[in-house]
Write a protein that binds this ligand. Structure first.
Ligand code: SF4
Length: 359
C-alpha cells in the first residue's frame, strides 16, 4: 500500500501515520485553520484564577492540605479565535476550563465574559449566562445518557431553558443534527447505536443548541481514532467559521492544539508557563518545558533530525509543588536561583509571555 492509493479512507489512514506537522497539516484535516479574530475586546478575560481542592483527613475531616490544581492563571480569548490550553495530564487545564464555566467554583480570580464578571453573578443570572457558554466533553461514550434518545439529548437544552417545545423543538433538533452531519431520521435512536465519532457529533449538536458564543472543548477528540479525530476537528473549524464561535480548546496533544489554535497557553503544575501564537509556540518555543513537549512529538519526515529532550523524574505533586520555579526539579537548564525565586509570566515580545528566569 502506498500514498498513491486512491481510496479516501486508505488515504486518511496513511495520513494518520504522521503525527507531527505544522499548522493546517493535521492528518486528514482540511485547509488552514486560520481565523481572523476580532481583537477589539476579548470575549473572555481570566485573571488570577485559582482552584485549590482540600484534602481532608482524620475523624473530624480537618483540611490537611490542598491540591493546587489551578494557581494564578490568566489569559484572554478574543472573539472568533481558538485558544488552546495544553499540558500533561494533571497540569490543571481541565480544572481551569470547568472553573471558567463555574461548573466548579473557583477560589479566587476574575472571569470576565462578554463584559460581565461571572464570579459576581447570582445563580439565576449565571443560569441565563450559561446559554452563551457550552462545554464539549472528552468522552463521547460517558457524556450521553444511555436511556435518552438523541431527540431528547439534543433537545434537552431547549427544555431546561424553556425555549422551544413540541414541533418547534423537533425542527430545531433536526436542524442541529443536519449541521453536525447526522441524519435527522436517526433522532429516535439511542447513544449505543452510534460510533464514537457520531456520538461526539451528537455532543457538539447539544452544545450548539442555544447558539453559544464560547465553547470549552475539553479533550474533544482524545477518545477517538486518529482518522475520526480529523473529521471532528474539521467540523469544529467549519462551525467556528459558520457561527463565529470562540473556542477554549483543551488537549494534551500538541499536534491537535497546533492545528486548531490561533494562540496557545502551555500549563505546568497549575500554572501557565508560556503563551503565544500557534506559530510562536510550535515553531520557536522559548520555555524549556514547551521545548521538551514539542521535542517528544514524532516527525513524519524520517530524514528530519530532531533532538529529543527527555525530562528527568515524574511530575511533582500539586499538593506540595516545588519552591521557586515549579519546573526546576525537571528543567535541564535550571540554575540555583530557580530553586528559590518564582519566575513571573512576562512579555518577551509582542503576543508572547514566558515564565523563565533565563529567557
Ligand atoms: Fe528552568 Fe529556571 Fe527557567 Fe524554571 S526558571 S524553566 S527552572 S531555567
Amino acid at each position: 500500500m502506498d500514498a498513491r492509493s486512491r481510496h479516501a479512507a486508505t488515504k486518511e489512514l496513511l495520513n494518520a501515520r504522521s503525527l507531527r506537522f505544522h499548522s493546517s497539516t493535521y492528518p486528514g484535516a482540511t485547509g488552514p485553520v486560520a481565523f481572523m479574530p476580532d481583537r477589539a475586546e476579548p470575549l473572555l478575560s481570566v485573571r488570577n484564577l485559582k482552584k485549590y481542592f482540600p484534602i481532608r483527613r482524620g475523624v473530624f475531616s480537618r483540611i490537611a492540605a490542598y491540591v493546587k490544581a489551578v494557581d494564578d492563571v490568566g489569559f484572554d480569548i478574543n472573539k472568533g479565535e481558538t485558544f488552546g490550553l495544553v499540558g500533561e495530564s494533571g497540569c490543571g487545564k481541565t480544572t481551569a476550563g470547568r472553573a471558567i464555566l463555574r461548573l466548579i467554583e473557583p477560589d479566587a480570580g476574575t472571569i470576565r465574559f462578554d463584559g460581565v464578571n461571572l464570579l459576581q453573578l447570582r445563580k439565576h443570572e449565571l443560569r441565563r449566562k450559561r446559554r452563551d457558554m457550552q462545554l464539549i466533553f472528552q468522552d463521547p461514550y460517558a457524556s450521553l445518557n444511555p436511556r435518552m434518545t438523541i431527540r431528547s439529548i439534543v433537545g434537552e437544552p431547549f427544555a431546561i431553558h424553556r425555549l422551544a417545545g413540541g414541533l418547534e423543538r423537533e425542527h430545531r433538533v433536526a436542524d442541529l443534527l443536519n449541521i453536525v452531519g447526522l441524519d435527522p431520521a436517526m433522532m429516535n435512536r439511542y447513544p449505543h447505536e452510534f460510533s464514537g465519532g457520531q456520538r461526539q457529533r451528537i455532543g457538539i449538536a447539544r452544545a450548539l443548541a442555544l447558539k453559544p458564543k464560547l465553547i470549552v472543548a475539553d479533550e474533544p477528540v482524545s477518545a477517538l481514532d486518529v482518522s475520526i479525530q480529523a473529521q471532528i476537528i474539521n467540523l469544529l473549524a467549519d462551525l467556528q467559521q459558520q457561527f463565529g464561535l470562540t473556542y477554549l480548546f483543551i488537549s494534551h496533544a500538541i499536534p491537535v492544539i497546533e492545528h486548531i489554535s490561533t494562540r496557545i497557553g502551555v500549563m505546568y503544575l497549575g500554572k501557565l508557563v508560556e503563551v503565544g501564537t500557534s506559530a510562536q509556540i510550535c515553531l520557536a518555543p522559548k520555555h524549556p518545558y514547551t521545548q521538551a513537549l514539542l521535542s517528544a512529538v514524532p516527525t513524519p519526515d524520517p530524514a528530519a533530525k530532531k533532538r529529543r529532550i527527555v525530562l528527568r523524574g515524574e511530575v511533582p505533586t500539586p499538593i506540595n509543588p516545588p519552591s521557586g520555579c515549579r519546573f526546576h526539579t525537571r528543567c535541564p537548564i535550571a540554575v540555583e536561583r530557580c530553586k528559590t525565586e518564582e519566575p513571573p509570566l512576562r512579555q518577551i515580545e509582542a503576543g508572547r509571555d514566558v515564565s523563565c528566569h533565563l529567557v
